[in-house]
Write a protein that binds this ligand. Structure first.
Ligand code: SAM
Length: 728
């Protein structure tokens, strides 16, 4: 079969939608380490099954499948999703990424791990760390009187000194610490005395129980301005010349195991003298040791990192408080002392991932009552209130983790991820019930006793420079960078500087001081990389892939952008590579609730573009007018609706862009002259798409079509039917 014939839009869309809600439940392997914009594993499994399988997707998806000897490559492997799915299906895999962190992470995902040895090493690490620092994460319970309760989160507010009176004051944007959602009452900080008050009505909170001052929701700090509460002087922030911002500990959420079952809600307190003494102790202990594993690296300028500079951060280590630095240095030392290389690598990966929660850019989610890690958006947002998680983590009496962002959580997630490699599963949803379906016979990795081996070749290299043997690949499945959507290297450097310090320069790519590269195919204003750079790079990569593919084998990739210009580059890259585009398939690939999507009107639907040198496409997919485009897009929208996604205007636009790109390639391919200047080729492609009718016109027509035709059902038969096939 081929993807064009066997891909089942509603079936895959329903799976991908569910997966993206809680991706770790569907693909626990992603918890090995954070990577940005991971696409659904179910989608790439479906693509491989549709291409290599010989039965309908729905029949084989929940069964063990094996395609030994098939050669699959991913030139932009990132977190490894397409490769892992292909490897699980028994294929030989080659993966490339310009970012050294990617190669490290995918190796970690695929490399075998002795789980019993890992458990012992992780327990030894946390045990030894607890001996050193556990006391720094304890507090006394003012409600019931127990001492030494573990702290879940420390909450810090930024403070500045008044330019007039010189006194320090807090930069509270608001005073609501916790909403009455997961906790029975709203928790508000008193602007006058700083005590925590629990109130039923947040809009009319009344007076503070301690100082009788007026409680309020809104804080004084807004749009970089705040009046001094002591003298009324208007002050501005941030103040980069003064160095990194200062923080004051103002609240804590802790855990009282003895009282938890009879206590309604969470435990909050304002820090007492002993808590502040613990902060001071952490600082003194850090000052007393000579750190060897805390990175010294400066933060380079960049589209994302400039925000850090605006806040006065110059070095990565400044993004951490003293307690975090102490605990991270001690953790790293313990890892470095482990004599087993494989275990050192696993624990070093854990430390790198843990950093996401152990820095002073994490925020506290006042509704969910948990820490939001530094990468909950694809940038470095600096808030005014920051959240420090307990680095050890907490276990309840049943052994489960309490809170987020500690070693306990990272180890548990990593263990599940590696256990999944040995025994992968799928999740089948029937009605509201979800069942775990073990896929016995499939596994992830390179070797397994009694099984034929699979080859895995991972390289940290720019895919623009690859030279793979001609006609050697059975498929390329990939998820390229989406022009400027994510600055992978700028973000990943945050982890890389620590990991490199710990594991040294020998892993491939780690000789570089930063993961940044002039070859990275992301638009970047600081580095002067524009759409032309992106189009040229993508064209080079697709050209290498087209030569390496066997005749008629697919290059299938996901794409999504809110601007049509980003599709022009993709269309030109396909044409320059000498490929045709035989299908444009919609598939949800983001979580609608995710913070960087929510409320932005962005699309969560990717287009999967399927390209080949030779093949066939359905005549019903061809169009040359807005009416034709509207007909094709309306059919996709109906299929997505049947899968449970009511497409937004943003989704519809992305689906339109995908089909326009496919048709642009179809129309221009016969006379395409790849030797022209890139700017001319992009302009030519843009002109061709404009000739197919405006997006707005198509949107209007689609609205009309939707009214005229009720949505089609999710019946498998309707997925894709070719009444007429055109070969190319
Ligand atoms: C969208 S991500 C891939 C995400 C991945 N499929 C996943 O699910 O985790 C795109 C990747 O392309 C990589 N990249 C950018 N330019 C590259 C180049 N010239 N060569 C190889 N990889 C590159 C980035 O480092 C990034 O990891």
């Amino acid at each position: 079969m081929t993807i064009e014939h066997a891909f089942d839009i509603p079936f895959v869309a329903a799976l991908a939608l569910k997966e993206k809600q809680i991706q770790q439940n569907y693909r626990p392997i992603i918890a090995v380490h954070k990577w940005f914009a991971r696409r659904p594993g179910t989608l790439f499994r479906a693509l491989a099954l549709a291409e290599f399988g010989d039965r309908p997707l729905r029949d084989v998806f929940y069964q063990a499948n094996a395609f030994p000897g098939r050669q699959v490559a991913d030139p932009f492997m990132g977190g490894g999703t397409p490769l892992i799915e292909a490897n699980r299906l028994g294929c030989d895999c080659q993966g490339f990424d310009v970012n050294p962190m990617s190669a490290w992470i995918v190796r970690e995902e695929l490399a075998h791990l002795d789980l019993a040895a890992y458990d012992a090493a992780a327990a030894a690490l946390t045990g030894a760390l607890a001996v050193e620092i556990d006391g720094l994460y304890h507090t006394d319970c003012p409600t019931y009187g127990e001492t030494d309760c573990p702290v879940k989160y420390f909450l810090w507010v930024k403070e500045i000194d008044c330019t007039a009176c010189g006194l320090a004051f807090d930069l509270f944007p608001g005073y609501l610490l916790a909403e009455a959602t997961r906790h029975p009452l709203n928790v508000l900080v008193c602007p006058g005395c700083g005590d925590l008050n629990e109130v039923a009505d947040a809009k009319h909170p009344g007076a503070c129980r301690t100082c009788d001052g007026r409680l309020q929701l809104t804080g004084p700090a807004k749009r970089s301005r705040c009046n001094c509460p002591h003298c009324g002087q208007p002050n501005t922030y941030p103040r980069p010349a003064a160095g990194p911002p200062r923080h004051r500990l103002f609240a804590m959420e802790y855990y009282n195991p003895a009282r938890k079952s009879a206590h309604a809600g969470r435990f909050f307190k304002r820090p007492d003298a002993r808590d502040l003494a613990r902060v001071a102790t952490a600082g003194a202990r850090l000052a007393a040791l000579t750190p060897t594993l805390i990175p010294e690296d400066a933060i380079p300028r960049g589209d994302e990192t400039d925000r850090l500079h605006r806040w006065g951060y110059r070095y990565y280590r400044e993004l951490f408080n003293h307690r975090q630095l102490l605990a991270l240095e001690l953790s790293a030392r313990l890892i470095a002392a482990n004599p087993e290389e494989r275990l050192r690598q696993a624990l070093a990966t854990n430390l790198s991932d843990l950093l996401r929660y152990q820095n002073m850019l994490c925020r506290y989610d006042a509704m969910a009552l948990k820490s939001l890690d530094i990468f909950s958006v694809h940038g470095f947002p600096v808030g005014l209130v920051q959240c420090e998680s307990n680095i050890l983590g907490i276990r309840n009496d049943k052994g489960g983790g309490v809170g987020s962002g500690g070693w306990v959580n990272i180890i548990d997630k990593y263990r599940k991820a590696k256990a999944y490699c040995d025994a992968p599963f799928e999740v089948r949803q029937v009605g509201t019930r979800k069942t775990l379906v073990p896929i016995a016979g499939e596994w992830i990795g390179e070797e397994r006793e009694g099984e034929p081996g699979r080859s895995i070749r991972l390289r940290c290299a720019s895919a623009t420079d690859l030279d793979l043997p001609t006609a050697s690949l059975d498929a390329v499945f990939t998820d390229p960078p989406y022009f400027g959507n994510v600055q992978y290297a700028e973000l990943m450097d945050f982890c890389y500087v620590w990991l490199r310090r710990l594991v040294g320069n020998t892993p491939e790519g780690f000789a570089r001081p930063s993961t940044r590269s002039a070859d990275e195919l992301t638009g970047n204003i600081t580095e002067d990389r524009d759409l032309t750079h992106f189009a040229e790079g993508l064209a080079a990569v697709y050209g290498h892939m087209a030569r390496a593919l066997k005749p008629g084998a697919p290059l299938a990739f996901t794409y999504h952008h809110n601007r049509i210009e980003a599709y022009h580059a993709v269309g030109v890259a396909i044409l320059d590579a000498g490929l045709n585009c035989s299908a444009s398939l919609p598939c949800p690939a983001e979580m609608s609730g995710s913070i960087h999507i929510h409320g932005t009107g962005s699309s969560i639907v990717d287009t999967v573009l399927v390209c080949r040198t030779t093949g066939s496409t359905g005549r019903r997919w061809l169009f040359e007018t807005p009416e034709g485009l509207a007909r094709v897009v309306a059919a996709d929208l109906a299929l997505l609706t049947a899968a449970g996604r009511v497409p937004t205007a943003g989704d519809t636009r992305c689906i339109i862009f995908g089909h326009l790109t496919r048709m642009g390639v179809w129309l221009l391919r016969p006379d395409w002259d790849a030797s022209r200047a890139m700017r001319d080729k992009v302009a030519c492609f843009a002109e061709c798409l404009a000739g197919l009718g405006g997006v707005d016109e198509a949107l209007k027509l689609i609205e009309a079509t939707k009214v005229a035709q009720p949505p089609r059902s999710a019946d498998p038969e309707i997925s894709l039917q070719f009444n007429d096939i055109l070969s190319f």
